[in-house]
Design a protein around this ligand. Structure first.
Ligand code: ADP
Length: 489
C-alpha cells in the first residue's frame, strides 16, 4: 500500500475470512484510486465466487456458537468494537478521505455517525425480546421467540464506506447473525480497517468475514451471496438498478431482503418558512459529500413568494464553497468518486441546459483542480422532461422549481417512483402536519436538513427500498419470529 508521506495504520490489502487475513485464491488484486489526485492508493484482493463461498462457509460454521452466545456478551463485544473505533477515529478518517474523497471533517462526521450504530446495537442486543400471547383456548400457552436468521450478506456502497457497514453489521451481530461483507470496490480500505478492529475487539473468527473485489466480480459474488443456500438474508445499500437485480436473485431461495436504494428527495420551502434556516438546511442536505448521498435533496421546490430570495441566498452560499482535496482543512467540496459519476453529472446538466434550464452558478467541471471535480451548480427554469427532474443526480447540482399551492408542491414531490427522504420548511403548524402526512417518503426533515441518527428508522417506500435500518426496527431485518404453541397443559 502506497501511503506516501501519511502514517496510516490499519491499512490492509488482504481480506478477512474465518479469522485469517487472506489473498484471493486466484492471487488477483485490483487497484484503488485516490479520487482527488488519481494516484493509486494500493491494491486489494480481487476475490471471486470461490472466495465468496469460503467466506459464506466460515460464516455458516460460526453461526451456531454466535447465535447461542448470550446477547449481553455479544453486546459487550460490540461495545469493545465501538471503543476501538472511537480510539482510532482519526486514522480511519484519513483512510476514508483518501479513498472516498470527502473532506476530512465529513469523514470524521461519518465515523462518529457510523460508530453510533455499534454503540446503539451493543445496547439493543439485550432488548431482543419475545412475546407471551393470550391463548384463545384453555390448556394452551402461546409464545413468540425471536431468533437470528443465520448468515447475513451485506453489500455496501462507496458513499458512506464506514457507516453503511456498521449500520448493517451492528444489527446483524446484535441479533446473533454472522456476516459476509462485500464493500464497494472504490472504498475497500475503510471496510478492511473496521473488520480489523472488530477482530481486535474479540469478535470470534468466522463471525465477520469480508470479501473485496473489483467491479467485474461484483455481479458474480453478488449472485452467490443471494443464491447460496447457506445465506439466510441480504442487506444491500446502493442503486435501485442493482437492488432490483439482487431482489430477483434472492427470490430463488426466498431470502430475507433489506434494500436501501436510490431516492429523489424533494426539498420544499413554503412562503411561511424561515429562509435563512431553509438555506442552511439546503446546503447541508444537498452538498454533503458533494451531493453523493441517497437522501440528498434532489429537487428544491420553492413557493413563488420566496423563490427569488431562496435562490439568491443559496447562490451566495455556493459561491463561497472551497473545492479541493479533502485532506486540506479548509476544503468543503471534494471530488466525485469516479469518472462515471462525473460523466453522469455532466450529462444531467447538459440535458437540462439543452432543454432550457438557466445556470446561475457552476455548470462545468473544475478541471483546474483535478479530473473528478465538478463546480457546485445551481439551475433554474426546470421542466419535468429534464433528467435532473426525474433522476437521482448524486452530485453537486441544485435544481430549483417554483410552485404556487401546497397541493402542487405535494404533487410535484410525489411525482416519482422513488420515496426515500423528503424535506420541507414551513412555520404553519397545520400545513406541517398535512404535508408530513401526504409526502410519499420514508423519512422527512421538517425544518431540518440533516436527519440521520442511529436511534431513527432509516428506509424508504416505493422503489426506494424494503425494510428499515437503525432504531429498534433495524434488528427485525435479522430475526425470525418463531411461534411456539404448548398444548395439553
Ligand atoms: P453506486 O451507484 O452507488 O455505485 P451500485 O448499486 O452500483 O451503486 O453499487 C453498490 C454496491 O453494489 C457496490 O458495492 C457495487 O460493487 C455492488 N454491485 C454492483 N453491481 C452488483 C451486482 N450485480 N451484484 C452485486 N453487487 C453489485
Amino acid at each position: 500500500v502506497n501511503s506516501g508521506k501519511m502514517s496510516i495504520s490499519f491499512l490492509h490489502n488482504k481480506c478477512f475470512i474465518n479469522g485469517s487475513w487472506v489473498d484471493a485464491k486466484s492471487g488477483k488484486t485490483f487497484e484503488v484510486n485516490n479520487p482527488a489526485t488519481g494516484e493509486v492508493i494500493g491494491v486489494a484482493p480481487d476475490m471471486d465466487v470461490e472466495d465468496a463461498r469460503a467466506a459464506i462457509n466460515a460464516a455458516s460454521d460460526a453461526f451456531p456458537a454466535w447465535a447461542k452466545t448470550p446477547a449481553k456478551e455479544r453486546g459487550v463485544m460490540l461495545r469493545k468494537w465501538y471503543d476501538l473505533m472511537v480510539l482510532n477515529a482519526d486514522e480511519i478518517a484519513k483512510i476514508l478521505t483518501w479513498e472516498a474523497g470527502k473532506p476530512l471533517s465529513e469523514s470524521k462526521g461519518e465515523i462518529t455517525y457510523g460508530n453510533s450504530f455499534i454503540d446503539w446495537f451493543a445496547e439493543e442486543a439485550r432488548r431482543i425480546n419475545g412475546e407471551v400471547l393470550q391463548s384463545p383456548v384453555r390448556n394452551r400457552e402461546m409464545i413468540l421467540l425471536k431468533q437470528p436468521i443465520g448468515v447475513a450478506a451485506l453489500i455496501t456502497p462507496w458513499n458512506f464506506p464506514h457507516a453503511m457497514i456498521t449500520r448493517k453489521a451492528g444489527a446483524a451481530l446484535a441479533a446473533g447473525c454472522t456476516c459476509v461483507i462485500r464493500p464497494a470496490e472504490d472504498t475497500p480500505f475503510t471496510a478492511l480497517a473496521l473488520v480489523d478492529l472488530a477482530d481486535k475487539a474479540g469478535i470470534p473468527k468466522g463471525v465477520i468475514n469480508i470479501v473485496t473485489s473489483g467491479r467485474p466480480n461484483a455481479a458474480p459474488i453478488g449472485k452467490e451471496l443471494c443464491e447460496n443456500p447457506l445465506v439466510a438474508g441480504l442487506s444491500f445499500t446502493g442503486s435501485t438498478e442493482v437492488g432490483k437485480r439482487l431482489y430477483k436473485q434472492c427470490a430463488t431461495g426466498v431470502k430475507r431482503v433489506g434494500l436501501e436504494l436510490g431516492g429523489n428527495a424533494p426539498f420544499v420551502v413554503f412562503n411561511s418558512a424561515d429562509i435563512n434556516k431553509a438555506v442552511d438546511g439546503a446546503v447541508a442536505s444537498k452538498f454533503r459529500n458533494c451531493g453523493q448521498t441517497c437522501i440528498s435533496a434532489n429537487r428544491f421546490i420553492i413557493q413563488d413568494g420566496v423563490f427569488d430570495e431562496f435562490v439568491e441566498k443559496l447562490r451566495d452560499r455556493m459561491s463561497k464553497f472551497k473545492i479541493g482535496n479533502g485532506m486540506d482543512s479548509d476544503v468543503n467540496q471534494g471530488p466525485l468518486i469516479n469518472a462515471a459519476q462525473v460523466n453522469k453529472v455532466e450529462s444531467i446538466v447538459k440535458d437540462a441546459v439543452d432543454k432550457g434550464a438557466k445556470v446561475l452558478h457552476g455548470g462545468e467541471r473544475a478541471s483546474n483542480i483535478g479530473q473528478l471535480f465538478y463546480v457546485p451548480t445551481l439551475l433554474v427554469d426546470i421542466k419535468p422532461n429534464m433528467a435532473c427532474y426525474t433522476e437521482e443526480i448524486f452530485g453537486p447540482v441544485a435544481v430549483c422549481l417554483k410552485f404556487k399551492t401546497e397541493e402542487e408542491a405535494v404533487a410535484i414531490s410525489n411525482g416519482t417512483s422513488r420515496g426515500l427522504a423528503g424535506y420541507f420548511y414551513s412555520n404553519d403548524l397545520n400545513q406541517a402536519w398535512r404535508v408530513a402526512r401526504n409526502l410519499e417518503v420514508g423519512m422527512i426533515g421538517i425544518n431540518e436538513g440533516l436527519i440521520s441518527a442511529a436511534e431513527a428508522a432509516f428506509g424508504g417506500v416505493k422503489e426506494s427500498g424494503i425494510g428499515r435500518e437503525g432504531s429498534s426496527h433495524g434488528i427485525e431485518e435479522f430475526v425470525y419470529i418463531k411461534y411456539l404453541c404448548f398444548g395439553g397443559i
